[in-house]
Ligand binder design. Structure first.
Ligand code: GLC
Length: 767
């Protein structure tokens, strides 16, 4: 379709190629990030994922031979041939990723008859049916590829032999492996081969299609029928490097407020202020730590966004204050759909300002969500975003500490919004087809900006829908899962792949949203949930209540054990966020991210790493009390028994309901807090160090856990190091005045308390 290469020129780091029919561009953003572009819709990128200047100066050159053009950076060599075929090699000349030259064709098991049927149904363009997309990139397979990433898809860790769509979808049915899309669109995946690894990011916000060698194992492809050809080849020496480069491009999760990492309780719906107070009291009575209570849609007046239901929730904000006095923070839900209701201030303001999406005829477009007939803020318009941002002030003044953005695919009860509903894309008109996948992204960005402006703290935003790059603004949960063992099992690969897609602040509804949890399921779920960055128990109206004390005696005790574990490990978790802001490394990691040469990890769906040091092998099957555990090479310690185990093999571990098997890498130094019921209850002036013998070094980060002062240097960075049986504690950066007063060093059965003044400490005897 592009034709032969006719001409070319090098403009800075950009190679502009004139083909017979189109102009193609190969551009080095950095020496490892190469963009491939053809402007079918716009002359330049209109990325929502990439913000700010991402070009790094790098030396590029271009040469020509009989096969085409060769564009090089210090790290990569790109071969460009006629028909805009593009192949990537590393600097040593090893092939990383090549375009497929043959014709796309179904593998043999798809019959001609089936294809006929598809055609008869009127699918004359692609739609996942094997026909060509207007824009498509077909990459040749070597055979040993594994695919990771692609956002919040269902199924297992390795995405090979499946196909997916990027089209944010509100799906209330139980999510199964055959689903092609869920709530989020992250058109990015990592390919791991025996000899190399690379990432591909297709930055196109329209509906896009990903076929991971399902159609034919000779190739995988991605495509779209609208927008530009605009993809990034992301190189790097390891999966970690790829992720670092991808998150360099699309942004990283910023440090959150510390309390957001505590435990959250939610239900749709707590319908009265009495119910909210009851929940708060119960948590304190059972002494299960809890920081946050979520208010679902019932707190609003008739589901009108930015209003308060005084009938059931009393004076605006009063109950928020009451639970705040008990140490609880409040998160409220907001939905984008504004009730069509003349006389309701938000509706009137939106109509007056022209803030809502319109039909092609220029009428305000109406669909329906919880409040009934509703209209849709046009977040692609900067004026609408700033209106939305300013509305957060209403919530903050009530005492709200975080905002939960829901239904922002956008959901619509009267059928999907037609593709031609008119939206804005910054400075130009656009339509629903283009803006659908970024609707949740832009809503979250507006919410984030509002909270930042009016609260000055690190904004805590949760979203259901998003696009690549949303991690800069918001945290995520996996939407409406159900109280099914299959969903608990799926949570592991799903969260791992979200982490590999740049979305690191994530969680699933602990216990399951729809259907009814059993005590056993809830106990096993909290054993996974306590490691997920967003740790929230949430369930649906119509399902049984899911607070832990409702399930006899054993379950609340187990629940408490794991929520307490979470609070003890908060400084470790916070350190992982600190690391993530520098490197893009997620919190929940598939084993393959650290053990890329170990084939046993490639499809490890039942274990994960919580940072590099802790491996979690939870039980996720009903009735099971044993777990087959695999530990990668190296020395590990059983977290509960402290037994020393050599990795590199499988073994059977006893895991009654009260035990989630966990293993700590030898040489780890894990920071812990003293027990507490919520953040803010105790002074965090003592840090416990759990030392697991071996050689090791650990960086620990400390700041006020609230605002952006850390970006001006108001933080402390400590280095803990163990070598030759000596533990050294050093303060590498001294910028936050509330340094620890003491360290409690625990090793095996010994515990040593050492006061700290800022001077380097060396401790020998306990190791
Ligand atoms: C959606 C959300 C769910 C919420 C419900 C009511 O289904 O995914 O979390 O509780 O709406 O607001």
């Amino acid at each position: 379709m592009y034709g032969k290469i006719v001409d070319y020129s090098l403009e800075g780091q950009k190679l502009v190629i004139q083909f017979e029919k189109y102009k193609g561009i190969i551009e080095a953003f950095t020496d490892e990030i190469i963009n491939v572009f053809c402007g079918f819709e716009t002359e330049t990128h209109r990325s929502k994922a990439i913000e700010g200047e991402k070009h790094k100066e790098t030396k590029v050159s271009v040469t020509k031979d009989e096969t085409g053009l060769i564009f090089t950076t210090d790290k990569l060599r790109v071969y460009i041939a006629d028909e805009f075929k593009v192949d990537f090699y590393d600097a040593e000349g090893r092939l990383l990723c090549a375009d497929y030259r043959g014709k796309r064709e179904y593998a043999e098991q798809v019959s001609e008859e089936f294809l006929e049927l598809i055609r008869a149904e009127g699918h004359d363009v692609a739609d996942g049916n094997g026909l060509d997309y207007k824009i498509q990139v077909v990459k040749k397979m070597q055979g040993d590829e594994k695919f990771y990433g692609l956002g919040d898809k269902t199924g297992f860790l390795d995405k090979k032999y499946y196909d997916y769509e990027m089209w944010n979808s509100d799906i209330p049915q139980a999510h199964t492996d055959s689903f092609k899309a869920l709530y989020k669109s992250v058109p990015f995946f990592i390919t791991l081969r025996d000899t190399c690894v690379y990432g591909l990011f297709f930055d196109n916000t329209y509906k896009t299609f990903f076929n991971m060698a399902k159609e034919n194992e000779k190739y995988c492809f991605f495509g779209a029928n609208e927008g530009n050809l605009d993809y990034y080849f992301i190189g790097g020496a390891s999966m970690q490097e790829i992720l670092k480069n991808y998150t360099y491009l699309t942004g990283r999760t910023p440090l959150p407020q510390l309390w957001t990492l505590g435990y959250h309780q939610s239900r749709w719906g707590y319908e009265t202020k009495e119910e909210i107070l009851h929940i708060a009291e119960k948590y304190r009575e059972y002494e299960i730590p809890c920081d946050t209570i979520h208010f679902d849609i019932d707190y609003m007046d008739g589901y009108r966004v930015f209003t308060w239901n005084e009938k059931n929730f009393g004076k605006p904000g009063e109950v928020i204050k009451q639970i705040a006095d008990m140490g609880f923070k409040t998160v409220t839900i907001i939905d984008p759909g504004v009730k069509l209701d003349p006389g309701y201030a938000k509706y009137d303001e939106g109509i007056e300002g022209g803030y809502f999406a319109k039909t092609p005829e220029g009428e305000v477009y109406v669909n329906a969500v919880w409040p009934g007939d509703a209209v849709y803020p046009d977040y692609g318009n900067p004026k609408v975003r700033s209106w939305w941002a300013d509305n957060q002030k209403y919530l903050l003044e009530l005492g709200v500490r975080g905002v939960w953005n829901d239904m922002n695919e956008p959901a619509s009860f009267n059928g999907e919004l037609p593709k031609d509903v008119v939206f804005t894309d910054e400075d130009r008109e656009a339509n629903h087809a283009a803006m659908h996948n970024v609707y949740g992204h832009l809503m979250s960005k507006a919410t984030y900006e509002g909270l930042k402006k009016w609260d000055k703290k690190r904004p805590f935003v949760i979203t259901r829908a998003c696009y690549a790059g949303s991690q800069k603004y918001t945290t995520f949960w996996t939407g409406d899962n159900q109280s099914l063992w299959a969903h608990l099992q799926m949570a592991i690969p799903q969260m791992c792949n979200m982490g590999l897609s740049g979305l690191s602040f994530i969680g699933t509804d602990v216990g399951g949203f729809g259907a009814d949890a059993t005590g056993e399921l809830l106990a096993r779920w909290v054993e996974v949930g306590c490691f997920s960055p967003l740790f929230r128990n949430h369930c649906s109206k119509g399902s049984i209540h899911q607070e832990p004390w409702l399930f006899g005696d054993e379950v609340p005790a187990i629940y408490k054990k794991y929520v307490e574990l979470r609070y003890r490990l908060l400084p470790y978790l916070y350190d992982l966020f600190y690391e993530g802001e520098q490197t893009g490394m997620p919190i929940i990691r598939p084993l393959v991210l650290h053990y890329e040469k170990d084939k046993e990890t490639y499809e490890m769906n039942s274990e994960f790493l919580f940072g590099e040091n802790i491996l979690v092998a939870p039980v996720t099957e009903q009735g099971a009390t044993k777990k087959i555990v695999y530990l990668p090479e190296g020395i590990w310690y059983d977290y509960d028994t402290k037994e020393k185990i050599s990795g590199g093999s499988y073994f059977l571990k006893d895991a009654p309901l009260s035990v989630c098997p966990m293993y700590v890498k030898a040489g780890s130094i894990l920071p812990n807090y003293e027990p507490m019921h919520y953040i803010g209850e105790i002074e965090l002036d003592t840090l416990i160090l759990d030392v697991y013998p071996g050689e090791g070094e650990y960086l620990h980060y400390q700041d006020n856990g609230e605002d952006f002062e850390y970006r001006n240097g108001a933080y402390n960075l400590y280095r803990f190091r163990q070598t030759d049986g000596v533990l050294t504690i050093e303060l590498l950066h001294d910028g936050y005045d509330k340094k620890y007063k003491q360290f409690k060093i625990r090793c095996g059965k010994t515990e040593t308390i050492v006061p700290f003044t800022g001077e380097t400490i060396k401790v020998r005897e306990s190791l």
